[in-house]
Design a protein around this ligand. Structure first.
Ligand code: S3P
Length: 189
């Protein structure tokens, strides 16, 4: 049985980028949950939200997480999740179980200010933040704060490691994670 590396954290916390760097370091596949969902739906996450709503997206997200964790138990991999993965109790249960089975679950933590400024670099990509209208920095921060407040405890309770990303770029964050990863991954890259 293999033990996946799973990245969790708010939108724009760097999960996908850091996952690619870890994947390169250990020479293991990266599984990006949102990319899987987009491939399965044949369209972007923003379009899935607009056409079918959040509830529909969350159902697909849970089914995809379940499937991806089964795959990851068979061969080493690094998984980048979507920022809302912890909002559903069944997903948290899946993550808790994965951690018990040996997965390393890393919460990439950042302040609302940092997250808002990163989110604003990719306008229109996050339906829960700026899906309804263009926002200024203050409005973006406000929405991030509200959502993050409701999720913070869930990220923390699902994580086996918490890493602060405010003052670090993705390369440094990936380096720090690699130092935390237990064997058999260590030394494979
Ligand atoms: C979401 C985060 C997004 C994507 C969807 C919902 C969320 O992923 O799954 O827009 O609820 O936080 P990223 O964290 O990659 O932006």
């Amino acid at each position: 049985m293999s033990h996946p590396i799973i990245l969790i954290g708010f939108m724009a916390s760097g999960k996908s980028h850091v996952a690619r760097l870890i994947s390169k370091h250990f020479d293991i596949p990266v599984i990006d949950l949102d990319a899987r969902i987009e491939a399965a739906c044949g369209t972007s996450i923003a379009t899935v939200f607009a056409a079918h709503g959040e509830k529909y997206f969350r159902e697909i997200e849970t089914a995809t997480l379940h499937q991806v964790l089964q795959e990851a138990a068979q061969k080493p991999s690094v998984i980048a999740t979507g920022g809302g993965i912890v909002t559903n109790a069944p997903n948290r249960e899946l993550l808790h179980r994965a951690a018990k089975d040996g997965a390393t679950i890393i919460y990439l933590r950042a302040t609302p200010e940092t997250l808002a400024s990163r989110i604003r670099q990719e306008p229109g990509k996050r339906p829960l933040i700026d899906g309804d209208k263009m926002l200024n920095m203050e409005e973006t921060q406000e929405r991030v704060k509200v959502l993050l407040e409701g999720r913070r405890a869930f990220y923390e309770s699902c994580a086996t490691i918490i890493i602060d990303t405010n003052h670090h770029d993705a390369t440094n964050v990936a380096k720090e994670i690699v130092e935390h990863i237990p064997s058999p991954y260590r030394g494979e890259g």
